[in-house]
Design a protein around this ligand. Structure first.
Ligand SMILES: Cc1cc2nc3c(=O)[nH]c(=O)nc-3n(C[C@H](O)[C@H](O)[C@H](O)COP(=O)(O)OP(=O)(O)OC[C@H]3O[C@@H](n4cnc5c(N)ncnc54)[C@H](O)[C@@H]3O)c2cc1C
Length: 272
């Protein structure tokens, strides 16, 4: 089996910048000739669909629910980490990378964690631009708290409803693109299978959950932002829709499935 993770080469601090520079670009005028299917409209799917559409691609976005606002992301509470170092307490991209690898019991894929730490800076700016009402100091600056055992304060939050506010922001960005006609939204639609052509994911088979109609959708690329699978446990704070149906179908079609041990479980789920 080919276990190439396609991690970019070179020192980890420079690998992604080098990769981004060497990537083939698509001419802005040509982007509208490409179509992308985004399955899922939670924080991952809604943001990906809105951003790809804003870049100029034609996007179809699918979800089970009657509205993207009902994705499970709405339930996240505590906050989102970013190495902005606003409190000047010694944080850096490298420290967020290091803490995350350590927090992942040294099993996470380091290149991906580094990228996550790098773009954490931009994600906060993107969310603020989308109107997410993060907590602020009295002076107006964004405030931070220490979360999850971190030695620095790097968590941006909106009281205990950060996921809700983030998803409403992502949803607004998505709806803006729906209004502009660059995203076609397919709510109440379940992905039943992945279509692979010449080793690439090029389409999906869907079922309309209202009338049962089965359809095929083809495109140049498919993005799966279909969430977690905490319901493998008897007790879970994940919504029942977090059921891994989509990633399981991708796995059956040849995608690799890594680290199933990384399943979030909340202490509130542990019976007394
Ligand atoms: C109680 C709770 C608190 C949390 N607190 C935090 C926190 O403080 N900080 C933090 O960083 N994280 C937190 N998390 C984790 C975080 O919320 C999730 O990791 C994140 O929201 C997942 O986003 P997502 O877009 O990947 O998935 P989801 O929001 O679950 O979205 C999945 C989407 O995929 C669609 N979908 C799935 N399968 C199919 C299919 N077969 N066909 C069509 N559509 C499909 C669904 O309809 C949905 O739109 C928390 C989670 C929980 C449960």
């Amino acid at each position: 089996m080919n276990l190439d993770s396609k991690a970019p080469s070179g020192p980890i601090e420079q690998a992604w910048d080098k990769y981004r520079f060497e990537m083939k670009l698509v001419n802005p005028a040509n982007k509208r000739k490409y179509s992308i299917l985004v399955v899922g409209s939670g924080l991952a799917g809604a943001s990906a669909a809105a951003s790809l559409a804003e870049l100029g691609y034609n996007v179809n976005c699918y979800c089970f629910q009657d509205s993207p606002r009902r994705a499970h992301s709405i339930a996240a509470q505590g906050g989102i980490n970013a190495a902005k170092n606003y409190p000047n307490d010694g944080d850096s991209v490298y420290r967020l990378f290091y803490d995350t690898v350590k927090g992942g019991d040294f099993r996470a894929r380091e290149h991906n964690v580094y990228r996550l730490a790098q773009i954490s800076l931009n994600i906060i700016d993107q969310c603020v631009a989308q109107g997410v009402p993060f907590a602020r100091e009295y002076s107006g600056y964004l405030t931070n708290r220490s979360f999850g055992g971190a030695q620095v304060s790097r968590t941006f939050y909106a009281r205990g409803q950060t996921g809700q506010q983030l998803l409403l922001g992502a949803y607004q960005a998505l709806e803006r693109q729906v209004g502009l006609g660059t995203v076609r939204m397919f709510p109440r639609t379940e992905m039943l299978d992945l279509i692979v052509i010449d080793g690439r994911a090029r389409g999906i088979v869907t079922r309309n959950l209202i009338d049962g109609k089965i359809e095929t959708h083809l495109a140049d690329a498919v993005v799966l932002g279909t969430g977690g699978y905490g319901n493998v446990f008897f007790l879970s704070t994940n919504a029942k829709g977090s059921n891994c149906t989509a990633i399981w179908r991708a796995y059956k079609r040849g995608a690799l499935f890594a680290n199933p041990c990384f399943t979030q479980i909340h202490p509130t789920c542990i019976p007394v």
